[in-house]
Structure formats: structure tokens, C-alpha cells
Design a protein around this ligand. Structure first.
Ligand SMILES: N[C@@H](CCC(=O)N[C@@H](CS)C(=O)NCC(=O)O)C(=O)O
Length: 362
């Protein structure tokens, strides 16, 4: 049977997430570079816009979006699953996927563009124009990087926020280092969707970019070992989630950090998207609908509001809303213990979903 093809690159946040998942799940696939030609001949025609990673299945389906890639393979082969069955663990896994996908982009972008700029240009050059000579490749890389660099400040990674972002990220590294010195993955000896969410920022930008990698290896060696396990799993399809739906104590500081930093932005996003829909009922959903305040380590600035983030939030809150009785009580106690009460009864009036690679009203 023909293989699946993963189009992406080592420098890409979300390719790192997809690759880690496919490797753990034992999927037979081949990875190919998303070069300029591949964008023009395949990605843009099939997806409608320039975005990686893209998986092409042996029967020629095009799947963009890492959570759709994971859902696709989980549906084909439900066991062993990367989605825990226990209510607390499953909710925590959804939340950490959301945190990795949509929030840790701030430190990832900060470190890449403040501390690894030339490396990033040359990596962009290698992926976009692998056949050019070094200097021309570097220039091509600079050009290709413009689009990404252009949004760094809009995402919140501004020079004014740099000290706060670095303080928060270093504290997160310490928390994760303490956790991974006890547990191989977030929820035991098997990676979950939470681990795949976190590997996005923590591989390409924060481990592989050299200055970031030096910081991670010296300050948080257990985190860098986890990154290596995630990219090359020693036991694909193996391991188990902790018994009795246990959330390890060492994970609570990470979840609390998420609720403290990301939580208020999620609530604000839901409010802004609802108001936006009322004002623009028949309009396609744009990628950005406005600005919102965000606070990291007591420092506040503004960042863009991305409707897509609500789709990842809904995966967590829909799961919570589906729970009843003891399972709901258990998940609620987790939310209470991490400062996440505001997500328990959140009302999402302007729901979204993805259809044919587009975000649409649900
Ligand atoms: N939610 C998407 C995000 C994919 C994504 O942001 N990919 C980046 C590269 S790592 C990209 O191609 N960005 C182009 C853009 O944002 O326009 C996923 O999970 O696949």
C-alpha cells in the first residue's frame, strides 16, 4: 500500500506535533519538505491557502490541521489511544493541547526571532529553496520568513514583553523539568494529545533552534529528554496513562499557569467572537477579529484575537459539557484546583467548526 506523505519541515511548529504523533502511532509515512514548489503545486491548490503540515493519505485525501490529522488516525485505529478515558485526564489533555497550540506560540516566536534569527533565515531558505546556493538560499529564506516575522509582535512577542515572556517560559521549563523527572509523559508512560500539543512549540522553536536548545538543555535537561522521546518514541504505541484518572501533582503548576495566563484571553475571545458575529452575521470568519489585552508575569500588552483558538477551546469545553454525575464532579474538581472555574460554565454563543479547511459557524 502507498505510504502517507507528511509535507512540512523541521523548522515548523505544527509539523513537529504531527511528526511526533505519527511516530508514536506507528503510521507508515514519509516526510517531504514543503518547498516553494510544493506550496504552489500542492498545498495551496488542495488546502486553499499556505499552511503546513499537510498529510496526503494513500487514497489522496488532503488533511491539514494537526488535530484533524490526529482525529483521522485515532478513528482508523482507536487503540492504543492518545486520548485518555478518565474525565480529569482527558480534560487536562485537551487543555494542554490548547495551551501548546495556541498560547506557547508567544515564547516560541519570541525566542526564535529575538535569539535565533539567522538560524531561522537559513532554515527557511533550506525548506523553501533547497536547490539554491547558500547565499541565495539565505536571501530566499529571509523573504519566506517575512510573513511569520510580521506577526510576532501581533501575537504578543514584543520587545517590551520580552523580560516577562522569558521569566514565564523559564518558570514553565522548571515546572516541566520537575514533572518529567518523575513521569516520562504528562499523564504517565504514554503520551496524550496534551503532550502532542506541547511538543509543537517545545521542539522546533525551543529545542531545535540553537540558542533556545542551549537554554532548554542546561536549565531543564528532563524537558529536552522528553522532547527527544516525543520525536523518536522508544516505545511506539506503548505505555499507559496513570491509573485511577490521576493528575500528577507536578502537572498542577503547569495547568495553573495556563489558566492564569491563557484563561482570561480565552474568555475574552469567546465574548469578542460573539459580538463580532452579531455585527457581521453573513460574513466569512476572518483569521483575526481584533485585539485583546494579555498579561504575563504582571506585564500587560495587546495581542490579536484569533477565532481559530475557539475551536480548540470548544474541544475541551464540549468534552466537559458532555460529562454527567461523578465524572463531571471529578472534572470540575480539577478545574477548581487549577483556577479554571471560568471554563466550567462558559457560554459560547458563536460556535465554530472546521469544514473543508475553513473555519465556519457551527
Ligand atoms: N492549527 C493548525 C496550525 C498550522 C500552522 O499554523 N502552521 C504554520 C507552520 S508551523 C503555518 O503554516 N502558518 C502559516 C500561516 O499561519 O499563515 C494545525 O494544527 O495544523
Amino acid at each position: 500500500m502507498a505510504k502517507h506523505i507528511l509535507y512540512g519541515g523541521q523548522l515548523s511548529y505544527f509539523t513537529g506535533k504531527a511528526r511526533a504523533y505519527l511516530n508514536w502511532k506507528g503510521v507508515d509515512y514519509e516526510e517531504r519538505l514543503a518547498t516553494r514548489d510544493i506550496y504552489a503545486s500542492l498545498i495551496i491548490p488542495r488546502v486553499g491557502y499556505a499552511m503546513i503540515p499537510l498529510v496526503i493519505t494513500p487514497d489522496d485525501q488532503a488533511i491539514q490541521d494537526t488535530s484533524e490529522i490526529i482525529d483521522h488516525f485515532e478513528a482508523l485505529e482507536p487503540e492504543p489511544s492518545v486520548v485518555p478515558a478518565g474525565p480529569k485526564q482527558r480534560l487536562a489533555a485537551h487543555l494542554l493541547e490548547l495551551f501548546g497550540d495556541e498560547w506557547l506560540v508567544i515564547p516560541a516566536m519570541h525566542y526564535r526571532w529575538a535569539h535565533n534569527r539567522d538560524f531561522a533565515y537559513s532554515e527557511f531558505g533550506k525548506i523553501t529553496a533547497p536547490d539554491l546556493a547558500d547565499d541565495a538560499q539565505f536571501e530566499a529564506g529571509k523573504k519566506a520568513a517575512e510573513k511569520f516575522q510580521g506577526v510576532v509582535g501581533l501575537l504578543g512577542a514584543t520587545p517590551e514583553m520580552a523580560p516577562a515572556i522569558e521569566a514565564s517560559y523559564e518558570a514553565l521549563l522548571d515546572e516541566l523539568n520537575a514533572h518529567f523527572s518523575v513521569h516520562p509523559y504528562l499523564l504517565g508512560s504514554r503520551p496524550s494529545i496534551g503532550d502532542f500539543g506541547l511538543i509543537g512549540p517545545l521542539y522546533a522553536h525551543l529545542y531545535r533552534d540553537p540558542a533556545s536548545g542551549d537554554l532548554m538543555k542546561s536549565r531543564a535537561p528532563e524537558v529536552s529528554k522528553w522532547v527527544e522521546r516525543m520525536q523518536s518514541p522508544p516505545e511506539p504505541k506503548g505505555g499507559a496513562f496513570l491509573a485511577n484518572d490521576e493528575i500528577p501533582e507536578t502537572l498542577l503548576p503547569v495547568l495553573r499557569r495556563m489558566m492564569r495566563e491563557h484563561g482570561p484571553c480565552l474568555v475574552n475571545l469567546v465574548e469578542q467572537l460573539s459580538a463580532w458575529k452579531q455585527a457581521n452575521p453573513d460574513t466569512d470568519i476572518p483569521r483575526v477579529i481584533g485585539m485583546q489585552p494579555f498579561t504575563v508575569e504582571d506585564k500587560t500588552a495587546q495581542r490579536i484575537v484569533l477565532p481559530y483558538t475557539q475551536r480548540m477551546l470548544q474541544r475541551a469545553t464540549d468534552y466537559f459539557a458532555s460529562l454527567e454525575g461523578d465524572a463531571r464532579g471529578a472534572a470540575l474538581s480539577l478545574l477548581d484546583s487549577i483556577g479554571g472555574e471560568q471554563l466550567a460554565d462558559i457560554n459560547i454563543p458563536a460556535r465554530v467548526k472546521r469544514e473543508n479547511h475553513k473555519l465556519v459557524w457551527a
